[in-house]
Ligand binder design. Sequence first.
Ligand SMILES: Nc1ncnc2c1ncn2[C@@H]1O[C@H](COP(=O)(O)OP(=O)(O)OP(=O)(O)O)[C@@H](O)[C@H]1O
Length: 232
Amino acid sequence: MSNQLATATAILEALNVSRIFRTPRGPLPILHQVNLSLRPGEFVALRGRSGSGKTTLLNILGGLDDPTEGRVSVVGQPLESLGDRARAALRREQIGLLFQNAHLFPSLTARENIEIPLRLQHLNSKEREERSKEVLHLVGLSERAEHRSLELSGGEQQRVALARALVHRPRILLADEPTGNLDSQTSLKIMQLFRMVVQQTNIALLIATHDAAVYNQADRVITIQDGHLLYS
Ligand SMILES: Nc1ncnc2c1ncn2[C@@H]1O[C@H](COP(=O)(O)OP(=O)(O)OP(=O)(O)O)[C@@H](O)[C@H]1O
């Protein structure tokens, strides 16, 4: 019953996902029959050793890579059934991505960095300003809006990256080692911020990480071992 419920309300779903890379030395199986579903308002941590397949899985869930077998559905739409444009649009609208490195433009201000995705969506300057204000407030950086990124601390830069990942109001956020470059105190603060963002926006959050601070904040911790998911 609970599985049926999870399926009914899932916003992101992987069904029997496998990934085999072709290499000069032959096929390299990395993910094995992975099943996963995420619901709105849920914070899930994906824990696993280096090389266990976390990034490979996140890339597939985010539509950046295709499974060799199995399927991924985003807000109920199987990605495989969509053409390239529809798929890119779905990804752009519904998914936010965050990485270990904040990947900000150093000479642009926090606000300018955050507005980049909105410029790509051709929002006008008033709409851009409203949206960027909203997310800067959400991540607690309103006071830093006009600071250039290079003037910000590592934790502040990652908060700007989080604001930028949320500014188009996605329903799913996928984060790959987002605290990997931060000290433990800053990492803990960012995790508490993730918790707050999930509560306030009802987004579904999946974080791949080695960071134990994440496990305490998450609703669920899923372990990946040699490409197999172990549920706890
Ligand atoms: N395009 C590719 N071709 C061949 N092998 C790949 C490719 N991408 C990843 N791999 C291999 O797949 C395995 C899993 O990599 P992945 O990056 O998913 O691990 P990870 O759990 O995210 O590791 P880390 O915690 O170090 O980031 C690794 O052995 C990696 O070398």
